[in-house]
Design a protein around this ligand. Structure first.
Ligand code: BGC
Length: 735
């Protein structure tokens, strides 16, 4: 009885204290609420007012709304804690979003806004090509503009933060997540990391058209063993520095607000408990002042990965390594305060982590502008100028892989058979992680053809399903195709066949391949349209196809550009950002491998050793002739400026765009280096008959050096090869 009375009294007392401090906090306008005060002062002021519990809340992210991600079925919060740091927000209704934010602003003691995060990967509602396709455009400016379309749609729907870009260098096309990144090359990933960070964040995060970016998955996730998801990755420090870290360094330098710690285990130390990468490299060396969020349940996974025996230990390891925010598993919520109270984690470290989260919120302007305007959906999404931007990106991302006897363009044909499960499909053109994209928004290949080829008769048959063994629709397809001048076979992958947990071998299901082979028997030109999220193995169907067009997963506006390429209205300019192996047995195969110790030896006896299509491969309807490669000097000293140039002439009768890729090689060095390394690329439109000069201003320190295993840049004297296609020049760097 006595105990009960005591408890009631202490509760009343506590309430009294809380009430009076609440009233006090309301009375004076604290510094952190002053929009004109410098951000660092606001952070310090706010942190000094926070209790440990309030701080811990800031370091956690839980979910709200209808979670539609099959890989991450988490428990949505029933009632959002007003103090929570961040929410994964699956909604897009501004009224609901504002009500959740109001709850935080008005019902928490300090009124700290919630940071709303979501996977805006290749568009919010206006879905554009998957990142692997974007990279094939070699047009970072266009990618930047598309990311800014995504940012606008997201922010106005209440999302302040995207878990994008994914910049994991990936060399195993069986890994489903190759769809989400920019291919196999570190430099390419770095360039597109910068473009997308600039597109999402703009120059000022507080502008309500911009959102915070998140570089993921830090780091080395692309090296997951065997292309299986969530596996171990064996990465030496040398490889970490030369292959996996460069895109992240570029993204951090471009100002990316946040990073996400990865699922993989880097040679025995999981990426999410890796002090070296998360603190020594990211915070100490690169001076990143935003925060790191764990990937989904990545703190919890430390137990499965075998470096922690309990929730508390997993929390301790991840937090001490440098993960500031815990996504979904609530481990930090449950254990951080206890670890601080026990003295295992110093409060200064908590303050630093909280400060990092708050910094991003302040920079986003969330304290001063926590709510979003309520606008109707047709004022937010699929706006005509935005659709134009993403259509252009589709156009440039498409790669013409084969065009025997100028089968394409199809301008002279009058009856076209359009066959295959992808021909009228809309859903799968969206690709994985298609956010709030809707199939009904998509222009299918067939619809694109209808509006492009007004005078051509289109004959359609589905032919078969994406997989399974049912060949019953083959007969109809053959019948339909008999009446055509050319047959367009539209094959590919469902959107769930790539992306997270989407590892597969590289062949299309037999049923799709057999459909094409069946149609081939008619002896008419076969044009294969491929929509997929990874490089494919094409051994059976490549020889049977006269032309092959890789359209990736183009998003909402795919149909028209595909039709435009088929008609010749558009001259294809995409080039591969990832090697197409001859067969899966060749993996690993990528352009920047090391030299074999024996010339022309050591390959497989029973399959070719060259890939089907190599990195940067892609055809055009015109022809380009490369002139003489010239350097401003052939002997250079440290500190000199070196400029290399090559003229390229469009020798065909159509205008076209050409991307020139500049590679360097260092044949003799203290460490072995890749056969060649991409260092620069440039795309220019060249009119028929015109010559354009492509120029590469070499920065010796940046372009000739390598990074040693301690992260130090090393530039050695000696010969360097600079090459463009088969054109080479040797320059000597002297002491
Ligand atoms: C994925 C991340 C994603 C996160 C949140 C994870 O499973 O690996 O890429 O951002 O879920 O949805």
């Amino acid at each position: 009885m006595k105990m009960k009375r005591l408890t009631i009294i202490s509760c009343l007392l506590l309430l009294g204290i809380m009430n009076s401090s609440f009233a006090q906090a309301k009375k004076e306008k604290p510094l952190y609420k002053d929009a004109n005060a410098p951000v660092e002062k606001r952070i310090n002021d706010l942190v000094s007012r926070m209790t440990l519990e309030e701080k811990v809340y800031q370091l956690n992210q839980v979910l709200v709304g209808n979670n539609d991600n099959p890989n991450n079925v988490g428990e949505a919060v029933k009632k959002v804690p007003a103090e929570i740091g961040s929410l994964i927000y699956f909604g897009y209704d501004p009224v609901f979003r504002n009500s959740v934010q109001r709850h935080a602003m008005e019902e928490s003691r300090l009124g700290i806004p919630i940071l709303f995060g979501y996977d805006v990967i290749h568009g919010f509602r206006t879905i554009y090509p998957i990142s692997l396709g974007q990279a094939c455009s070699w047009n970072p400016e266009l990618v930047k503009r598309s990311c800014s379309v995504a940012a606008q749609e997201a922010r106005i729907s209440g999302v302040d933060w995207t878990f994008s870009p994914m910049i994991d260098v990936a060399r195993d096309p069986r890994w489903g997540r190759v769809a989400e990144g920019y291919g196999e090359d570190p430099y390419t990933n770095a360039v597109f990391a910068v473009a997308s960070v600039q597109g999402y964040q703009g120059t000022d995060l507080s502008n309500t058209k911009n959102i915070a970016a998140c570089l993921k998955h830090y780091v080395g996730y692309g090296a997951s063993e065997g292309g299986r998801d969530y596996t171990y990755s064996e990465i030496s420090k040398q490889t970490l520095w030369n292959t996996y870290l460069p895109p992240f360094e570029a993204g951090v330098k471009a100002g990316a607000a946040t990073l996400m710690s990865a699922f993989n285990d880097i040679s025995g130390v999981p990426a999410s408990s890796n002090h070296y990468t998360l603190t020594e490299v990211l915070k100490d060396k690169w001076k990143h002042d935003g925060f790191v969020v764990s990937d989904w349940d990545a703190v919890k996974q430390l137990i499965r990965q075998g470096v922690a025996g309990s929730k508390k230990e997993a929390t301790l390891k991840a937090f001490q390594a440098g993960v500031e925010m815990d996504m979904n598993d609530r481990y930090y919520l449950q254990s951080l305060a206890e670890l601080v109270n026990e003295g295992a984690i110093p409060i200064e470290k908590i303050n630093d982590a909280v400060g990092r989260v708050l910094r991003v919120k302040f920079r986003l302007g969330l304290f001063d502008n926590p709510y979003i305007p309520v606008k109707a959906e047709d004022k937010r999404y699929l706006l005509p100028e935005n659709l134009k931007t993403v259509e252009k990106l589709v156009e440039e991302s498409i790669v013409l892989l084969k065009n025997e006897k100028n089968t394409l363009p199809l301008s002279t044909k009058s009856r076209l058979a359009v066959i295959g499960p992808m021909a009228k499909n809309k859903e799968h053109l969206l690709g994985s992680w298609s956010a709030h994209g809707k199939a009904e928004d998509v222009v299918s290949i067939y619809e694109g053809l209808e509006s492009e080829f007004k005078n051509m008769k289109l004959l359609y048959a589905e032919g078969c399903d994406f997989d399974g063994n049912d060949t019953s629709k083959f007969a109809e397809a053959t019948k339909v195709a008999q009446g055509a001048d050319a047959i367009l076979v539209c094959l590919g992958e469902k959107k769930t066949w790539s992306g997270e947990n989407g590892s597969r071998t590289l062949s299309l299901p037999q049923i799709q391949e057999n459909l094409l082979l069946e149609l081939k028997k008619l002896g008419k030109p076969i044009v294969l349209i491929l929509s997929n999220g990874r490089p494919l193995e094409l051994n059976r169907i490549e020889p049977a196809s006269d032309a092959i067009v890789e359209i990736w997963q183009p998003g909402v506006n795919g149909g028209r550009p595909v039709a435009g390429i088929l008609s010749g209205r558009i001259n294809p300019s995409g080039k591969l950002a990832m090697t197409f192996p001859y067969s899966a047995e060749q993996i690993p195969i990528y352009y920047n491998m090391r030299q074999s110790a024996r010339k022309n030896k050591g390959g497989y006896q029973d399959i070719p050793n060259n890939p089907r299509y190599e990195f940067t491969y892609g055809l055009s309807y015109t022809t380009f002739k490369y002139g003489e490669l010239k350097a401003s000097q052939l002997k250079i000293k440290h500190g000199d400026k070196l400029v290399v140039e090559i003229p390229v002439t469009n020798t065909g009768i159509r205008d076209g765009a050409e991307t020139v890729h500049w590679f360097i090689s260092d044949p003799v060095c203290s460490i072995t280096r890749p056969i060649k390394e991409l260092k620069f690329f440039e795309k220019q439109v060249i009119k028929a008959g015109e010559t354009k000069i492509f120029r590469f201003e070499v920065d010796l320190d940046r372009d000739f050096s390598y990074v040693d295993e301690t992260g130090k840049r090393v530039l050695e004297s000696g010969d360097y090869f600079i090459s463009v296609k088969e054109n080479n020049i040797i320059v000597e760097l002297v002491n």
